[in-house]
Ligand binder design. Structure first.
Ligand code: GLU
Length: 302
């Protein structure tokens, strides 16, 4: 029984498709559980389909044993997807490293808008000065068109979208990140490129993810346009809050809680309901910490 539900959420059309998209660069932790609470809660409430995608685009950091552990933890927690990766030992159309042809094709399609770039992070910082928030690319290689990186030209365009929690959003990627990196010097696809191509290809029309990557959405929309992807008219966005320390709502979660893996919580005797309840409480979705199971989540949002 859920004592109080605070995750008010506007009504959505039925029959949408959303995704849960962990990157297997480490073990599952409470931050992932927080995302899963929003994805499963909102999807189940609105009859949306859930796709489980493995975002292992960065082959320098992703490991198959992390993926296996993430899949096992999700099953243990009760987060079962309708479609997607199920077995770390088998190829899957929903694992990014298993469909690089899809990205090659998209890159071909983008050809007129891309160029090669030789600049390292250090080069960019030296030229553009220290960046307060993030690295902004100045277009230096646009006319040189040489080097191991591939970028997309990002003309100055304003991207607008509606976020179901945060309201109207306006972003200008050309001012925030400049020409977007699509493939890095190690030959790895970048997050923004892979996720945009996959969201289009996999028919995702409900995107639920953490507010820490809110600024990625404008970039993905601009990329979607130059890829000639379908309009975002029917695509819904929701950037959810991150876990906070319950003692002090302003404070991010303690390092201990953030870094403890689900496997470690489990070894300490916590049950799936304890961990989902803990994360829901720290998200402010519950008035007090209580047990919640994965199939009760829609109650937090209704
Ligand atoms: N792979 C991303 C992560 O692990 C998910 C981002 C997204 O949902 O677009 O945080």
């Amino acid at each position: 029984m859920i004592p109080s539900s605070k995750g008010q959420f506007p009504s959505l059309p039925i029959g949408l498709r959303t995704r849960f998209a962990p990157s297997p660069t480490g073990y599952l932790h409470l931050g992932h559980v927080a995302s899963a609470i929003y994805v499963w809660g909102i999807a189940r409430l609105h009859g949306a389909e859930i796709l489980l995608r493995m975002e292992d685009h960065d082959q320098g950091r992703c490991r198959r044993h992390y993926e296996a552990s993430i899949l096992e933890n999700l099953r243990w927690l009760g987060f079962s997807a309708d479609i997607g990766v199920t077995d770390a030992d088998k190829p899957s159309p929903y694992r990014q490293s298993n469909h690089s042809e899809r990205y090659e094709e998209a890159l071909d399609q983008l050809h007129a808008s891309t160029y090669r770039c030789q600049c390292s992070r250090k080069d960019i910082l030296e030229r553009t000065g220290t960046q307060l928030h993030e690295l902004w690319y100045d277009g230096y290689c646009r006319s040189i068109d040489r080097g191991p990186n591939i970028r997309a030209k990002f003309p100055r365009e304003i991207q607008r979208f509606h976020d179901h929690r945060l309201g109207a959003q306006t972003q200008t990627p050309a001012d925030q990140c400049g020409d977007l990196l699509l493939k890095d010097r190690d030959g790895f696809w970048t997050y923004n490129f892979a996720v945009t191509v996959d969201d289009i290809k996999e028919g995702i029309n409900l995107i639920i993810r953490g507010e820490d990557i809110l600024s990625a959405t404008g970039r993905q929309l601009q990329l979607r346009q130059i890829l000639g992807g379908p309009s975002i008219a029917g695509v819904h966005f929701m950037h959810h809050p991150l876990l906070r320390s319950p003692e002090n709502a302003e404070q991010k979660l303690s390092k201990r809680d953030r870094s403890t893996s689900i496997g470690e919580w489990k070894a300490q005797g916590y049950a799936p309901e304890d961990l989902i309840g803990k994360a829901a409480f720290q998200l402010g979705l519950l008035d007090r910490e209580t047990k919640v199971s994965a199939h009760e989540l829609e109650g937090l949002f209704s």
